[in-house]
Design a protein around this ligand. Structure first.
Ligand SMILES: Nc1nc2c(ncn2[C@@H]2O[C@H](COP(=O)(O)OP(=O)(O)OP(=O)(O)O)[C@@H](O)[C@H]2O)c(=O)[nH]1
Ligand SMILES: [Mg+2]
Length: 239
């Protein structure tokens, strides 16, 4: 079983070394792929240094300029399919997602096609976020549920695991949104194609190191993008 974790990075210098050591120590023997958008803080250089310590297991895609989280993941998914990975994981680089929870997402792929690390499946499990941001995130998922009927409590979750066949079947070039909307659109497309989506309760902790990359424009993209989803023609990728 080949497992790949994809981590998009933009100025995550403070978190790289710690993240590499944590993931490489995991008994599930993950491979790790960073997708870096030309971070001015030298994030990519640190990844290249670490890659010498883990030959064949630590990989890097370098892109020019900040191109968005969504397209970073699409580039990573295509890499995962080309390199024959069976299970693919999404995770942020700032330890808001706890790498210790990866094993539970992996276990859920025994019975589900998509496993979501969910902040809202059992109560509200977010630490240190300002109330305004928490309410925005919580009600964003409620809004998605009302508009799309998709039975997922944490639609914007960025801690997600996929079985390979889900990413093979989704037409990745047709994914339109690039911020939080991307996370909603991926889950929704998998669900509309008939794949099972499960939620594993996790605790999300606000970032400690580095700065937030999220902007108001991604909220607008998600708000209006979700309204279009029920009307989208979603077909499996032609093979
Ligand atoms: N390659 C790439 N990575 C990005 C981009 N924007 C964000 N990221 C990465 O995506 C992950 C999530 O971004 P965050 O800034 O943590 O988003 P957030 O969790 O909503 O905001 P915080 O509360 O500040 O953490 C992090 O690993 C970022 O480095 C981008 O445009 N390109
Ligand atoms: Mg974060």
């Amino acid at each position: 079983m080949k497992r790949l974790i994809i981590i998009p990075t933009y100025n995550e210098r403070e978190n790289i070394t710690k993240m590499v050591e944590r993931v490489m120590a995991d008994e599930l023997m993950f491979d790790l792929l960073f997708v870096d958008d030309g971070s001015p803080d030298g994030t990519a250089e640190l990844v290249k240094e670490a890659a010498e310590r883990y030959p064949g297991r630590l990989h890097l895609i370098e892109r020019r300029g900040k191109l968005g989280l969504g397209t970073a993941y699409i580039a990573g998914f295509k890499y995962a399919l080309e390199h024959h990975y069976d299970r693919v994981f999404e995770m942020d680089c700032d330890f808001s997602h706890n790498p210790d929870d990866l094993v539970r997402l992996d276990a859920m792929l025994e019975s589900k096609d998509v496993a979501v690390g969910s902040r809202y499946v059992k109560g509200v499990n977010v630490v240190n976020w300002p109330m305004g941001r928490l309410l925005m995130s919580y009600f964003a998922s409620k809004y998605v549920r009302v508009v799309t009927s998709m039975p997922v409590c944490d639609a914007t979750a960025g801690f997600v695991a996929y079985r390979r066949e889900v990413l093979e079947t989704i037409d990745l070039d047709n994914i339109e949104m690039n911020g939080y909307g991307f996370q909603i659109e991926m889950k929704y497309t998998a669900w509309r194609l008939g794949y099972s989506v499960g939620e594993e309760s996790i605790i999300f902790i606000d970032r400690v190191e580095g700065t937030s990359k999220m902007s108001s424009s991604i909220f607008g993209e998600a708000f209006f993008g979700v309204l279009k989803l029920p009307f989208r023609k979603i077909k499996p990728k032609q093979r």
